[in-house]
Ligand binder design. Structure first.
Ligand SMILES: [Mn+2]
Length: 312
């Protein structure tokens, strides 16, 4: 294979460390014609309670995605390339004037709402976890109250009245009826939880003791055939595997278990997803961004499987 002389094929043979900063070499476009899957960045970190920096997350995930996505056969151990079955675009980042969090919320509703209403399955990259609030809002508008499958060291269900930040996001999402706590599950929790709201909780000890297959089966029992929104806070992972995040908590699962657990969710009716809280200024050797880029590919396979099941 001569890589050096056909300039028209630059996107194909760009080295992993070079070329366009689109997710996994997908087309960067806002033309939604014929699109099945879209990734969207939401570079927002004004709602963090500790270390900021998640505004740099989408770019860092895109950068590492060119390594994860470099195999024409798809990343191991998937048996096909999801991009051959689903037209996938990088929509770019939702933009908003900094300093006004409510403008982030309305911008996400506008942009991701447009994608969701067009029938596209969206994987969003935070940003801190507050970005999930408008995301579950727009998905609930289309699909009804959602079953939340929430990977996190924290429950993010702190009750603070109407205050919306990255620790209250699912309190408010439940209060507004976007998610149904009785049919939702939170995985990897290892911080105090004063306001459980009825979400089923699988804490980090339970998860690590029981293993991925048993917990995936439990998730299936809880959500059944309902529409699922999957929200993955990268601090679900132990800081040894994901140091680049705003509120790390030790004693968490390894990346391997996260991938196994995600693969165990194939077949659920996952209608939308996010990966949040990747904070590159605290990352080391891009471990966290690489983990997020890998999990992002896995989640796209889950979204694709759900779409395939819906059309058959
Ligand atoms: Mn968290």
């Amino acid at each position: 294979m001569d890589l050096g002389h056909d300039l028209s094929r630059a996107i194909v043979f760009d080295a992993m460390y070079a070329g366009e900063l689109s997710f996994s070499r997908r087309r960067s476009t806002r033309d939604l014609d014929g699109v099945d899957l879209a990734v969207v960045g939401i570079p927002f970190d004004a709602a963090t309670s500790n270390r900021p920096g998640a505004r740099f997350g989408p770019r860092a995930i895109r950068e590492q995605s060119s390594l994860v996505g470099c195999y024409p056969w798809g990343p191991w151990p998937w048996d096909h390339n999801v991009f051959e079955r689903c037209e996938t675009i990088d929509y770019g980042d939702v933009t908003f004037y900094p300093g006004y969090p409510e403008r982030m919320v309305s911008a996400v509703v506008e942009h991701v709402g447009r994608l969701v209403e067009s029938g596209i399955s969206v994987l969003s990259f935070g940003g801190d976890h507050m970005v999930a609030y408008p995301l579950v809002d727009v998905h609930a508008r289309r699909f009804g109250p959602l079953s939340l499958v929430h990977f996190d060291a924290h429950t993010d269900t702190w009750a603070m009245g109407d205050d919306l930040n990255h620790g209250t996001v699912f309190f408010l999402a439940a209060r507004e009826g976007f998610v149904d706590p009785a049919r939702s599950i939170q995985l990897g929790i290892r911080t105090p939880n004063p306001d459980p709201l009825g979400f089923e909780i699988v804490d980090a000890d339970m998860l690590l003791d029981a293993g991925a297959e048993a917990i995936a089966a439990r998730v299936r029992d809880v959500v059944g055939d309902r529409p699922v929104y999957l929200s993955f806070d990268v601090d679900f992972l132990d800081p040894a595997y994901a140091p680049g995040t705003g509120t790390p908590v030790v004693g968490g699962p390894p990346t391997h278990l996260a991938r196994r657990l995600l693969r165990g969710l194939e077949g659920l009716d996952i209608v939308g997803a996010d990966i949040v809280e990747v904070s590159p200024p605290y990352d080391s050797g891009q471990i966290t961004a690489l983990a997020a880029a890998t999990l992002a590919h896995d989640i796209l396979y889950l979204l694709a499987a759900a779409r395939a099941a819906r059309t058959t």
